[in-house]
Design a protein around this ligand. Sequence first.
Ligand SMILES: NC(=O)c1ccc[n+]([C@@H]2O[C@H](COP(=O)([O-])OP(=O)(O)OC[C@H]3O[C@@H](n4cnc5c(N)ncnc54)[C@H](O)[C@@H]3O)[C@@H](O)[C@H]2O)c1
Length: 446
Amino acid sequence: MKTEHVKAESTAARELIARFSDHSATIGVIGLGYVGLPLAVVLAKSGYRVVGVDTSEEKINLLNEGKSYVEDVPSEDVADLLERGLFSATTDIHALDEVDGASICVPTPLRKTGDPDLSYIISATQSLKQALHAPMVIILESTTYPGTTREMVLPELESTGLKVGVDVFLAFSPERVDPGREDWTTVNTPKVIGGITPDCTMTACAMYGSAMETIVPVSSTEVAEMTKLLENTFRAVNIGLVNEMALMCDRLGLDVWEVIDAAGTKPFGFMKFTPGPGLGGHCIPIDPLYLSWKLKSVKYTARFIELASEINTNMPRVVVQRLQDALNEHEKAIKGSRILIVGTAYKPDISDLRESPALDVIGMLWEKGAHLSYYDPYVSEISHEGWNLRSIPDLLAGARKADAVVIITNHSDLDYAGLAEQSSLILDTRNAMKAAGITGDKIVRL
Ligand SMILES: NC(=O)c1ccc[n+]([C@@H]2O[C@H](COP(=O)([O-])OP(=O)(O)OC[C@H]3O[C@@H](n4cnc5c(N)ncnc54)[C@H](O)[C@@H]3O)[C@@H](O)[C@H]2O)c1
């Protein structure tokens, strides 16, 4: 982004913008996970000196050895940036005592009750207060409900005596990273930024604009927060719709995949979504619930979100029911059957298990007395709610022994042809076999 035309009101903002423009600035990134580490690397690659702070000593130690634990970030990049002095990692928040900007990328999960858990944002902000100084820009990246930046972060920062919009600058900018994706990355995915004041927006835009290709300023932190929730709600609702289509097609004896493929030929007005075993990942199953929770406080029920959530969270149960029906055709019960789960990550070609529907499917089959095993080249071991499994080493040997194989994640490098040969029954929740050009009687689809 060109910043020449920007005319910030305050001297502090102009000072920061100048440092971002010539890359003499130093930037802190708090929370070095799936979002924070790629962001830190992008900022450092652009020429800023970046200090990453995380509470996990294990992660900090790995980074300081030049090792990345995020698939999208090659270890060579971390090692190279460390060597060039452009990146360092620490657990000490005082490493941000002199930075010009800081991005907060900590988790925003749900509590067991389904309410937003903002404790990470609060503790990261409280910790940042120890290093807060003028001038400095703070950008919250964590997905959250509209109002969080103004209602939770701003008062914390101002409790130091520094004034937002005058001494320090505060903005929200939603991370849009799609782990595993190569065409759209942190650098070229347009970055939406909304500040508390116009100077807040300008300084935040200047910080990211010198490292990313397209900056999209919006009028407030709330608009930026809501933008992210619209994007993720759009996906959750459309996945809910197509999952319900799968249920309806089943009742009508229709092949939902054929219907979707046919509808997908329409060159306008239709966007293809596919059914599956349920939502996964840190974003789509969780973020819309942040919005519906917020809406409850103004006595409004977010009906689309609640309905989609109901349909989507029921999908693992639908998978178990389909497996039961398919085994029934083979005169077998789930209890005592050897079931091989293929793919456990929440989406293809990554290792992220967060909210993966595989966890629910395995849990339910476990309760029903199945003899379970799983194969996932990206996930070597799973411990979850009282059960623990290790990935079997040989997919085809496992398939040969199983009464049924259930494909939960369609990793691209699996031997689908071998699987078809060696299995007696395959429940394919992703239409992976057809995509690999394989059809046949032993394949049951969602
Ligand atoms: N993962 C995604 O694909 C994705 C995409 C877009 C947005 N988001 C959002 O970005 C945010 C971060 O998600 P993530 O996937 O990177 O989470 P993550 O769990 O991978 O990483 C968060 C990191 O923050 C660290 N941390 C927690 N509290 C801290 C503190 N007080 N100080 C310093 N470090 C702290 C943790 O140790 C962890 O390393 C969430 O709000 C999420 O919804 C995630």
